[in-house]
Design a protein around this ligand. Structure first.
Ligand code: EPZ
Length: 422
């Protein structure tokens, strides 16, 4: 329940290195369940979501050894296939243990994640895909219970290119009997990263990263060693923060190809974007220029950038229109920006952002990971000291967030709040 106090007016300046991708590392760790023996996942971000995944794996019987950002995961003995409610509630992405457990053990019992601040987040596409592969999947007492002596390869067309549904079905198909083709699959770079790890474990996969993935099932996998790709969402967060604060930031260890559309939007907003030996450099001289954007599955602008871009455009010169096409309720945090004097109207999937000269500091809350980062960026652009509460959300997705901010010249102070347990 920590709070971060953010002093407004800083122009971010310097070099910041992005960590490994949360939305890949979580799935790589879950995939270790599929091979008896010790797998190694490197460049894992030191964030609370990965700590929850480690706890989840230990709960199943995996021996977890962490050294810095490297996890050795020995899944020789999977003794339990139930993902408990308290862990799934702490991290919805736990749903990605469903495919690996079912494929490896023939049974999985995973607490239903339920909705959150950004939408209802159903898992019907996961369930339907597994049923296509011959699993019986039922819901009982808030749990998804899936069973299959051995999954069968099948053609699966997703109604929507869901990221974790694609990942769950990909992992399930790797140990299925026969060939699975996932059509309208998600194309996010994290999926290709997962497929690379699975292939090094002995899986046979073609087309990961495209909208059609073909998997020839194998009887067993071997443990393997993999380094998580850099976090494009963290990289994009620093890039947009540089623009919002009229700063000059070099983001090192980022993969520019994964950020193409975002970078071109930042150029529309007035940023000078260049690539050098140190990394991706973002410089903003004058006031941010208004621009319109829409969120879409990859390679479109990621929905995770939406709150961050909105905070950047809140002080732009002119009116911008944002369209959220991925999550139906991802404007809830806008109320917090209005508290800081932003002029934003939302209507269904659209938001109209009339840029104001300056935001004013106010106590606000981080409603989720990305909305939390957006509040901190808004605080950097505000007059006075903004108090951002519920920083535990930001800690779920950003490694060393305020240390990196300080290295870029921001003035921030964290106030830890001790929670007294009953
Ligand atoms: C992943 O969530 C990411 N999380 C999210 O990042 C990211 O916002 C999202 O993909 C979209 O890019 C992880 O990888 C852990 P989806 P996921 O399934 O897989 C609907 C962050 O901040 N849908 O692609 O849960 C769904 O309701 C997080 O790091 C169904 O209808 O997202 C949504 O409208 C937030 N039925 C759309 O698809 C299903 O069975 C996209 O969701 C599954 C999804």
């Amino acid at each position: 329940m920590d709070r971060l106090f953010v002093t407004g007016g800083a122009r971010l300046d310097g070099i910041v290195r992005v960590a490994g991708a949360k939305n890949s590392a979580l799935k790589l760790m879950a995939a270790s369940l599929m091979a008896p023996g010790r797998s190694t996942v490197r460049n894992v971000p030191r964030i609370s979501d990965c700590a929850v995944m480690a706890e989840m794996l230990e709960h199943f019987g995996v021996e977890v050894i962490q050294e810095g950002d490297t996890f050795a995961l020995d899944a020789s003995d999977v003794v339990d296939v139930e993902a408990p409610h308290e862990l799934v509630r702490a991290m919805r992405a736990s749903i990605v243990v469903l495919g690996p457990l079912l494929a490896r053990c023939g049974r999985a019992r995973v607490s239903l994640p339920g909705g959150d601040e950004i939408g209802a987040r159903p898992v019907d596409l996961h369930v339907r895909g597994l049923e296509r592969m011959g699993a019986t999947v039922g819901a009982e007492h808030g749990f998804l219970v899936a069973e299959a002596a051995r999954l069968r390869g099948a053609p699966i067309t997703l109604d929507y290119p869901s990221v974790t549904a694609t990942e769950n079905l990909l992992m399930a198909a790797v140990l299925a009997k026969g060939t699975t083709v996932i059509d309208n699959a998600a194309r996010e770079p994290e999926i290709a990263d997962l497929a690379m790890f699975l292939t090094s474990m002995g899986a046979r996969i073609a087309g990961a990263g495209s909208s059609t993935i073909e998997i020839d099932g194998v009887d067993a996998l071997e443990p393997a060693d993999h380094t998580t790709l850099p976090d494009r969402i963290e990289a994009g967060t620093w890039a947009a923060a540089a623009v919002a604060t009229r700063g000059d930031v070099t983001v090192s260890n980022a993969v520019p190809e994964h950020l193409e559309l975002l970078l071109s939007k930042l150029s529309d907003a007035g940023a000078a974007v260049s690539f050098g030996d140190d990394g991706l450099r973002i410089r903003q001289e004058g006031r941010v220029r208004a621009m319109d954007f829409v969120t879409l599955p990859y390679p479109g602008i990621a929905t995770d950038f939406q709150p961050i871009l909105m905070a950047m455009l809140a002080t732009a010169d002119g009116t911008s229109i944002a369209t959220e096409n991925v999550f139906e309720a991802r404007f809830l945090y806008v109320g917090e920006l209005l508290r800081m004097g932003a002029d934003i109207r939302t209507e269904g999937h659209h938001a109209v952002i009339r840029g104001v000269e300056r935001l004013s500091a106010a106590p606000v809350r981080a409603l989720d990971i990305r909305a939390g980062a957006a509040m901190v960026i808004a605080g950097l652009c505000a007059e006075g000291v903004t108090e951002v509460a519920d920083m535990q959300h930001v800690d779920r997705g950003y490694e060393d967030f305020e240390a990196k901010l300080e290295r870029l010249g921001a003035e921030v102070r964290r106030e830890r709040e001790l929670v007294t347990l009953p």
